[in-house]
Write a protein that binds this ligand. Structure first.
Ligand code: ADP
Ligand code: MG
Length: 256
């Protein structure tokens, strides 16, 4: 390598760093060598580098979105046995993974007994949304209420509400396992009301809608929350029998 080549390479790397093009920086010499060997023209060289930079950027952004969503587990629809859930409309679920409902700010309510795959489906749909560039956050309802109350005590509620308002999809898992306090129910309602027609919500619950007052403790608040969640929504009912139970039964049956 001549002295001037070395100097220009050093300068180039400096500029690429300043321009924040880390992948171009790492790959430029390799791609230049390949293009020279293949007699590719300058524009095709530049195109290849730009493509590599974009792919790497999207990969990192997707990684960041997944991390920020705080999913408790990774679940996919490939791993979901639809034959065990005949009450579910499989084509509808598959269609929902395309994420068009997010553009329309529609909600998905997953209703059914414990262990029937509600959280599994919510995770699969939310992970798919992340892959489509959507900002997602997963919360168990009790955890969200605790966080809201703590934020309120620390005078950070505005900040937390601001973060929630930036989301494209809010997952509220396990609505109905624990009754909320009056203050908790009001804070949760506020999140639901703010999300209305702005942020899609995927909610999972083991409680039939008519029993929601048991959780929110107030008929008027419950009615208003249900109005907002069910207006423009898909309700998916998982089966009546628990998957864990079926699985245990199947295992018992297959034992000698
Ligand atoms: P729920 O949220 O309704 O209580 P989960 O989604 O947590 O139920 O399901 C319990 C466990 O059973 C999870 O590990 C989930 O992956 C699995 N599961 C439930 N239904 C199915 C299914 N139809 N196919 C594959 N796994 C399932
Ligand atoms: Mg669950």
């Amino acid at each position: 390598m001549t002295k001037t080549e070395t100097k220009s390479t050093v300068l180039l790397k400096h500029h690429l760093k300043a321009l924040r093009l880390p992948t171009v920086l790492v790959e430029c010499e390799k791609v230049a060598g390949r293009c020279a060997a293949e007699n590719a023209d300058h524009l095709s060289f530049l195109l290849q580098l730009c493509e590599l930079e974009l792919i790497e950027r999207e990969r990192k952004a997707a990684e960041r979105r997944l991390k920020a969503a705080r999913f408790p587990a990774t679940k996919t629809l490939d791993g979901f046995d639809f034959t065990a859930r005949p009450s579910l409309n499989k084509p509808l679920v598959l269609d929902l993974t395309r994420g068009d409902y997010l553009g329309r700010r529609e909600n998905i309510l997953l209703v059914g007994p414990s262990g029937t795959g509600k959280t599994h489906l919510a995770l699969a749909l939310a992970i798919a949304a992340c892959g489509q560039g959507r900002r997602v956050r997963f919360w168990r309802v009790t955890e969200l209420i605790t966080t809201l109350r703590e934020a309120e005590e620390d005078r950070q509620l505005g900040r937390l509400r601001g973060q929630l308002a930036k989301l494209d999809l809010l997952v509220l898992d396990e609505f109905g396992y624990v009754p909320a306090s009056k203050a908790g129910a009001e804070l949760l309602f506020d999140v639901i009301a703010t999300a209305y027609e702005r942020t899609s919500v995927i909610l999972t619950t083991n409680l039939p809608f008519e029993n929601w007052t048991e959780v929110l403790g107030n008929e008027r608040l419950t009615g208003a929350a249900l109005d907002r969640l069910t207006h423009r929504s898909q309700v998916l009912e998982t089966s009546r029998e628990s998957y864990r139970l079926q699985d245990a039964k199947r295992r018992r049956r297959s034992q000698p």
